[in-house]
Write a protein that binds this ligand. Sequence first.
Ligand SMILES: NC(=O)c1ccc[n+]([C@@H]2O[C@H](COP(=O)([O-])OP(=O)(O)OC[C@H]3O[C@@H](n4cnc5c(N)ncnc54)[C@H](OP(=O)(O)O)[C@@H]3O)[C@@H](O)[C@H]2O)c1
Length: 238
Amino acid sequence: MTGVGAENLGHHFVEQLVARGAKRVYATARRPELIDVPGVEVLHLDLTDRESINAAAAVARDVDLLVNNAAVFAAGLNFTDGDPALIRGLFDTNVHGTLDVIRAFAPGLAANGGGAILNVLSSAAWATLDGINVYGASKAAAWSMTNGLRSELAGQGTFVSALIFGMAATPPLRAFADAVAGPGVLDALMTDPAVIVGRALDGLESGRLEILADQLAIDAKAALSSDAESVYQTLGAR
Ligand SMILES: NC(=O)c1ccc[n+]([C@@H]2O[C@H](COP(=O)([O-])OP(=O)(O)OC[C@H]3O[C@@H](n4cnc5c(N)ncnc54)[C@H](OP(=O)(O)O)[C@@H]3O)[C@@H](O)[C@H]2O)c1
């Protein structure tokens, strides 16, 4: 499990995996001191540091479920006026870093019978907004990568799934939503992160290739079959 922090999605993932009786749960982070969940093994893993990824994979050799949850959100970062180094850095983490983790853990998954990978994506991959355009594009790339990996890893028996949702009330998302819309204005659109994680684990158990965990994700997926004119008029673009 990557990207475990205080009260974030990763925190709820490892907590619920322990509660569901997982034999061993590895909680990884670039700041492991933030991990506060009893019953997990804590490891340092930074998506931009391949040595740390390989070191974690060498320790966690019994993994049969890899959850790629870590990502940079970088609210406010747009294509035209964002710092090019930050734009590259965001893709380095969200796409290349995630791929590095998958490549490091795939042999272990194969050795453990195939297992499963869950990539935590976002409905921003399908419907973006100014302020999260770069992030949305990175999640779109990660979505396509997930679909490609599914067929590449089928041969070793690894099941690859995507978790997609719009808004979970984690600290960074709350801060972004309050800043763009005003304090509390978007609260009704947010789902409790524990609920998102519960839906993710249920979806995995029932073999869903794509787990749409809130209404925003369901609507964004449905809108993919609409004309771009109607979708982007709704989003305020010309
Ligand atoms: N919250 C939402 O509404 C929402 C919606 C759709 C998708 N998602 C996705 O859900 C996942 C979890 O998001 P969240 O809301 O729980 O936000 P979060 O707290 O920012 O979680 C992201 C985690 O990734 C970690 N991370 C960032 N860069 C890293 C790196 N280079 N190496 C290792 N870890 C790194 C962060 O660690 P640091 O604390 O050290 O930065 C943090 O623990 C993300 O993939 C996000 O894109 C969230």
